[in-house]
Design a protein around this ligand. Structure first.
Ligand SMILES: [Ca+2]
Ligand SMILES: [Ca+2]
Ligand SMILES: [Ca+2]
Ligand SMILES: [Ca+2]
Length: 276
């Protein structure tokens, strides 16, 4: 890559951004990506969830809604060389999920990566006295125990979470060229679709893009003079990260919307990469 593009400022910033190589991205509006085996889950209108979320990452159109007790499996192949993987998604906790306990309580969102559990927490909407084990990270909670549609009534309130800001779904150690991710709500409390369910929207999976460069400038050594250019879209940036001095980009291409078309280019030196 061109040395002319190197800028120490940008190289310093990159380590704070969720830049990487996006390997699967879907707004789940019109079709289910072939990499997703949905089981009993189906595309469904987002109802009252519409518009929840930060600019550029909001519930909209349709999402993939699943009954509890159903496994949604994401299978990725031919991943580029990398050392970490991250999963962004908007999570809808729909209707009377009952938190931790015994039936009808015991509704746990469980996520695995290549068979290893990376997340298992209960979600509770039905009654304020129920125990939800999940404590949202800063910025994750979008709505809690409000009517966002589907089944109606006191026990059927709904909640929304922006898991793009949940650290437990990011920087997961991973180097294989394939990845299998499962998502389900399981436990002793699972109940039928009209009683409780869940959904995801704006699924985006990225690897860190940290394949190590070779002697890119052909000077006989692999060192900091071999620069790697990253292009990060608006959605990948963690706009709430106070350590990220750039903040979120605005309408950089002047098309009157702040969205993925506003790209931010980073230049990163070889030494900043984690090379396996
Ligand atoms: Ca959608
Ligand atoms: Ca509801
Ligand atoms: Ca229930
Ligand atoms: Ca339940």
């Amino acid at each position: 890559m061109s040395r002319i593009l190197f800028c120490p400022l940008f190289a310093g910033l990159l380590s704070f951004a969720h830049a990487g190589t996006v390997v699967l991205s879907s707004n789940l509006d019109s079709s289910i990506p072939v990499q997703i085996a949905p089981g009993a889950a189906a595309l469904t209108g987002v109802q009252g969830y519409g518009g929840l979320g930060p600019a550029g990452n909001q519930f909209d159109g349709q999402f993939l809604r699943s009954p509890t007790g159903n496994v949604v499996t994401i299978s990725l192949q031919n991943l580029p060389a990398h050392s970490t993987i991250g999963i962004d998604f908007l999570f809808a906790a729909i209707d009377s999920l009952d938190g931790t306990g015994t039936f009808p309580e015991g509704d746990f969102l469980r996520v695995t990566l290549d068979g290893a559990q990376v997340f298992r927490e209960s979600f509770a909407n039905a009654d304020p006295g129920q125990v939800q084990s999940y404590v949202p990270a800063p910025g994750v909670l979008l709505a809690r125990r409000v009517d966002l549609g589907f089944s109606q009534g006191y026990y059927y309130y709904d909640s929304a979470y922006n898991m793009a800001l949940e650290p437990r779904f990011h920087n997961l150690a991973h180097t294989s060229s394939t990845a299998t991710i499962t998502m389900e709500i399981e436990g002793p409390g699972i109940q039928p679709l009209d009683d409780e369910s869940w959904a995801m929207d704006n699924l985006r999976i990225a690897v860190d893009g940290a394949s190590c460069p070779g002697d890119l400038n052909s000077d006989g050594v692999v060192d900091d003079s071999d620069f790697v250019i990253f292009v990060a879209s608006y959605n990948i940036l963690d706009c709430t990260d106070p350590t990220m001095p750039v903040g979120c980009p605005g309408d950089l291409n002047a098309d009157s919307v702040v969205d993925d078309s506003d790209f931010v280019i980073f230049v990163r030196a070889y030494n900043d990469l984690v090379c396996p």
